[in-house]
Design a protein around this ligand. Structure first.
Ligand code: GDP
Ligand code: IMO
Ligand code: MG
Length: 422
């Protein structure tokens, strides 16, 4: 009996799904606790690529149970498409996927509001994924949202939908109202076998001795409160979000694995102290295929930021590190790691999250030698080039946390388990 929480610790896309898939062999249950279809979680298995948006990344293991927890928001039509496309590829969801009845619904209006709000902000926009995430979570806080369990009660669904439009001061024509109710009821029929109260199941499984893996979406620096607000998502991506998002007791959270890229990326707007532009950023973007899994947008590229990483590791109580995409740095002669921030030549004690400050900070770097040899088939710590080991040791020393996993390629087998002391 154990639980492990796998968290993205920067601005998302750290390779969480790759790591969840790698350690997923030991998990009986994989649960998502926050976010929605803004997530794009990629697994490459024997050359075949899967991108999950709302379905937990454990679904590729036929015996593993998957939970979409109460803290998530679900686009019912998007999730139905995602599941149907996976069903067509032979993935069975029967008695394996459980959706909490309290998960919020992302309605069409939420996506429209998301896009409109971005348009009206113009240059000030957040650069959201356009999946309606902000408006859906706002409506939950405003208590006018619908939840997936509402789809199972036709009269209640109609009443909630009417109240939802009243709250938004919108009037639908009878035809529009009927069409939306019909579509939602059809989705409800599709989801009916999967909708349950998952909190009790998770607690029972844990008590019965099962291994539970909580799969984070987005990253700590996108957390609604602890991230680089307002350039954040609208859910709680930090470890504390697991309990609220699943009803799992905090004292049962046993291990926290922090996932970091060997460098940093960010999609969307907002301050990014270690950002690099020009040919080197282009080279990394190309080597790492750094284009958003959900929107296809080119990701912004930067050096590893140990100041932000330390903040994130400490806020989440991370126990050990998984460093991904190390192979992407191959062939870069000199590698920088940001060790502290300066403002007006004054060293800051740590990370700053206010955008006015974060925009001003000057990163202070250490520069380490790179390596030339291809590492994508390396299977052990010992076989890594000494410069790669030195780079990982520097991260480990700065964060004062052990590197447990090193990912050197997209495939499951391209993962090094670091034994003993690195
Ligand atoms: P997530 O949202 O954190 O799950 O990450 P994404 O799936 O959005 O983005 C990570 C990308 O990096 C995906 O395309 C992965 O297949 C890929 N990836 C993961 N680990 C590695 C690695 O070690 N090396 C390389 N080259 N690609 C990786
Ligand atoms: P995964 O789980 C990277 C970013 C968006 C934008 C901000 C708010 O794949 O790591 P939202 O649509 O959530 O309101 O957008 O958050 N963002 C992500 N960036 N990976 C993600 O998910 C993201 N989900 C949201 O780009 O800056
Ligand atoms: Mg992603």
């Amino acid at each position: 009996m154990s639980s492990i929480t796998v968290l993205g610790c920067m601005w998302g896309d750290e390779g969480k799904a790759k790591i969840v898939d790698f350690i997923g062999a030991q998990a009986d249950v994989v649960a998502r606790f926050q976010g929605g279809a803004n997530a794009g979680h990629t697994i490459v298995l024997a050359g075949k690529k899967y991108v999950f948006h709302t379905v937990p990344s454990g679904i590729l293991y036929p015996e593993t149970k998957c939970v979409i927890g109460a803290g998530t928001v679900i686009d019912p039509f998007g999730l139905r498409d995602e599941m149907q496309s996976l069903m067509a590829q032979g993935i069975d969801f029967t008695d394996r996927l459980y959706i909490d009845e309290r998960a919020g619904l992302v309605l069409t209006l939420h996506k429209q509001l998301d896009q409109k709000s971005e348009e009206s902000l113009g240059l000030e926009k957040i650069g959201t994924t356009g999946k309606g995430i902000g408006p859906a979570y706002s409506d939950q806080a405003a208590r006018c949202a619908l939840r997936i369990g509402d789809l199972l009660y036709p009269e209640w669904l109609e009443q909630r939908l009417d109240n939802f439009y009243k709250y938004h001061q919108l009037t639908l024509s009878a035809a529009e109202r009927n069409e939306e109710i019909k579509a939602l009821q059809e989705a409800g029929n599709f989801f009916a076998p999967y909708i349950v109260q998952t909190d009790r199941m998770l607690r029972d499984w844990y008590s019965e001795g099962k291994n539970i893996l909580f799969e984070g979406a987005q990253g700590t620096l996108l957390d609604l409160i602890y991230g680089t607000y307002p350039y954040v998502t609208s859910s709680h991506t930090v470890s504390g979000g697991v309990c609220v998002g699943t009803g799992f007791p905090p004292r049962w959270l046993d291990n926290f694995l922090g996932v970091f890229k060997a460098y940093t990326t960010r999609v969307g707007a907002g301050p990014f102290p270690t950002e690099i532009e020009g040919p080197l950023a282009d080279q990394i973007r190309k080597a790492g295929n750094e284009f958003g899994s959900t929107t296809g947008r080119p990701r912004r590229i930067g050096w590893f930021d140990a100041v932000a990483a330390k903040y994130s590791a400490s806020i989440n109580g991370i126990d050990s590190l998984a460093i991904t995409l190390l192979d992407v740095l191959t062939g870069i002669p000199k590698l920088n790691i940001c060790t502290n921030y300066l403002i007006y030549n004054q060293k800051l004690p740590g990370f700053v999250s206010h955008p006015m400050e974060l925009e001003k900070v000057q990163p202070n770097y250490i520069t380490l030698p790179g390596w030339e040899t291809d590492i994508s088939n390396v299977q052990s710590w010992e076989d890594l080039p000494k410069e790669a080991k030195q780079y990982l040791e520097a991260i480990q020393d700065l964060l004062k946390l052990p590197v447990k996993l090193v990912s050197v390629g997209q495939e499951r087998h391209q993962t090094i388990v670091v034994k003993g002391k690195v």
